[in-house]
Design a protein around this ligand. Sequence first.
Ligand code: 5GP
Ligand code: ZN
Length: 112
Amino acid sequence: MSLCLFCKIANKEIVSRVVYEDDKILAFEDINPQAPFHVVVIPKQHIATLNDVRNESVYSDVFKAIGQITKNANLQERGYRVVANCNGDGGQTVFHLHFHVLGGRAFRWPPG
Ligand code: 5GP
Ligand code: ZN
């Protein structure tokens, strides 16, 4: 079975710059950063999109990791943005559930 891109990153078949890892979650630097700090947080288990989440514990695992990542990066006081793109209109390009954590600059609202 061929694995998706982020499964390969989770398996370390594809190299990434890991900033956080535990038994369920991996976070790594985005290859095309949109801010001075831009990491992608994934569950190690393959889930294609937000629509495919069957066990909500994935959210607590992801956001627990995001809390640690933003603390380690000293972003908490200044602020940061968390983004999850879903399917076509959401702009999702990799179909393995992931959350972008962006920081180090001010972001506009609404996003484009
Ligand atoms: P999406 O557009 O699906 O929300 O986000 C996918 C993200 O994955 C993009 O920001 C893209 O730059 C990033 N990305 C795609 N391929 C790779 C890769 O091989 N390595 C890393 N580190 N990031 C990737
Ligand atoms: Zn996958």
